[in-house]
Design a protein around this ligand. Sequence first.
Ligand SMILES: Nc1nc2c(ncn2[C@@H]2O[C@H](COP(=O)(O)OP(=O)(O)OP(=O)(O)O)[C@@H](O)[C@H]2O)c(=O)[nH]1
Length: 293
Amino acid sequence: MVFQRGEPCRTLFVITAGELEVELDDGGATERVGAGNAVCELGLLSGDVPCPATGSALFESTLVELDGRDFGRLVADDAATLCGFLQRTFSQAVQREHVLGQRLRMHNATLQAALDRLQSTAEQLGRAEVLIGTDELTGLPNRRGLERHLAELRETRPLDGLGLLLVDCDRFRAVNSVHGHAAGDRLLQAVAHLLVSVAGTDDFACRLGGDTFCLLVSAPERANVLAHADCVIATVQGLLQVPRTPPLICPLSIGACLIDPEGGWRSAHAQATEALARAKRRGGNRVEWADAR
Ligand SMILES: Nc1nc2c(ncn2[C@@H]2O[C@H](COP(=O)(O)OP(=O)(O)OP(=O)(O)O)[C@@H](O)[C@H]2O)c(=O)[nH]1
């Protein structure tokens, strides 16, 4: 070993015979320096700096060591020779920088490609998440989509000033058995469209499963919630006036309530379920209300 990385760089080595292997500090790259060349000149020029490389003689080599004083003498006595040989070593240093620069650019390109891949994977995951939360038949959010919506709502405010309509088709089983499953599917799509048209921009319609839907409406009071429910029932009544086979729509039952922020979603859902069951018991095609317990 002739010199080691990190040691103070106070000597210029001129190789007069043999060869040095210089390990650079850029991740293990090595370079061979043969007779007629010098190493560590930058240390002498730039002062007391740590050596950036480790140098070892590969086989028997002859080196002339010049310290700061010798270097000064050489500058005074033989500036032309010194210049020539510094020129050579500088151009080698520049070449080395060039190679390092190329390698860095390659690393950057690889990193950028990895980042691009990460971004597109994140986008795919985002799209998959939307799909998982969407009901395929109606395009409405499903139960999972509702849970996500509720979680987002809770992040910004308590479930305050919201009404819940639990909407269920009446005797829907008969539509399937008389007119076929495809007709039943179209009817469910029509119910979804109807709920979306009644929903305002802050409201949220979703399909909970089967022939049951839910509409969350921004409504401070019972009257506002009921207005939405009545609008749904009245629209269905209107559509039922148009005779269609298979039917375009079927009567709906609605259980309605205001969401009590303290009870949260679970308690509101239980209230609306109770009201919906009452609407069914009373023959369907109606709205029933449930107050918070
Ligand atoms: N076409 C179709 N039918 C479905 C779908 N999902 C569930 N169903 C059917 O919807 C029906 C729902 O059952 P119920 O709610 O008990 O039937 P209902 O006749 O509406 O009974 P009531 O609510 O008491 O009036 C079942 O027959 C299911 O097979 C679907 O995606 N498409």
